[in-house]
Design a protein around this ligand. Structure first.
Ligand code: KIV
Length: 286
């Protein structure tokens, strides 16, 4: 079945009400976004994971608002159906409310995304979520392991490891929900905790390493296709090995060029007969 109906916040609400699983993947460029959209993925996230995956940084911290806008614009050009969410990068919303609103607005106004994603659930982020929502900028929240807090957390560690930690995440999730967040990414949280959090919220949870009971799942496309090979997290299922396909193609191309079998007759342009004859009488000035 070809999926053509545009995904909106109402669709996401309906999926949650109908217990229909929400599918989400990341994209950072036009051609990938187009393929994901054609495959019927509901939400395409321009994640700040692009810092590592597309730009080669070690963490998400270095990516700028300009970087994110540039990639979000490219993704938006490739999408017809999916809901596009753009990650607000590190320190683009933390310092003050005015900056946060101006930056969030740019993702809608300049880049063409439908929503933004904000990490964390402390008071300022809850307030930013409220002001964005009131201003017409839908917010996807992100709790559990939040990569922008990597240095405070101390490593790529699972969060919500005991009852108290789970209660803290749920408390923040409920505040974000009241502030207007339309969905919540839950990253690297034990399945048992993600289940309770999901059951106690009205908005859908989108899990990444958070088990089977979330309302939907999100993964990094380059992890599941095997294009990003520096590190694959335990929770990412590898559906393809594009890295090897690209490497084999590049190696074959290199061999063909070196051996003079590329380009072939089929891959060249020729003059017409008349011009060919005129060229025969051409003498170099040497
Ligand atoms: O940046 C990212 O890719 C994310 C994940 C939730 C997929 O935030």
């Amino acid at each position: 079945m070809k999926k053509t109906e545009k995904i909106t916040l109402n669709t996401i609400k309906k999926y949650r009400a109908d217990n229909k699983k929400i599918t989400a993947l990341t994209a950072y460029d036009y051609s990938t976004a187009r393929i994901l959209d054609e495959s019927g993925i509901d939400i395409i996230l321009v994640g700040d994971s692009l810092a590592m995956v597309a730009l080669g940084y070690e963490t998400t911290h270095s990516v700028t608002v300009e970087d994110m806008l540039y990639h979000t614009k490219a993704v938006c050009k490739g999408v017809n159906r999916a809901l596009i969410v753009a990650d607000m990068p590190f320190m683009s919303y933390q310092a003050d409310m005015k900056d946060a609103l101006i930056n969030a607005g740019r993702f809608i106004k300049e880049a063409g995304s439908h929503a933004v994603k904000l990490e964390g659930g402390y008071e300022h982020v809850v307030n930013v979520t409220k002001r964005c929502t009131e201003s017409g900028i839908p917010v996807m929240s992100h709790l559990g392991f939040t990569p922008q807090f990597l240095f405070s957390i101390g490593g790529y560690n699972m969060q919500g490891k005991n009852r108290e930690a789970m209660e803290k995440i749920l408390e923040q999730a409920l505040k974000l929900q009241s502030a207007g967040a339309f969905s919540l990414v839950l990253e690297m949280v034990p399945e048992e905790c993600a289940k309770i959090i999901t059951e106690n919220l009205d908005i859908p949870t989108i899990g990444i390493g958070a088990g089977r009971y979330c309302s939907g799942q999100i993964l990094v496309t380059d992890d599941i296709t095997g294009k990003y090979r520096d590190f694959t997290p335990k929770f990412a299922r590898k559906y393809a090995d594009i890295g090897s396909i690209i490497k084999n193609a590049a190696t074959s191309y290199r061999n063909d060029v070196e051996e003079g079998v590329f380009p072939s007759e089929a891959e060249i342009f020729n003059l017409d007969e008349n011009e060919k004859k005129r060229l025969e009488s051409f003498k170099t000035g040497k």
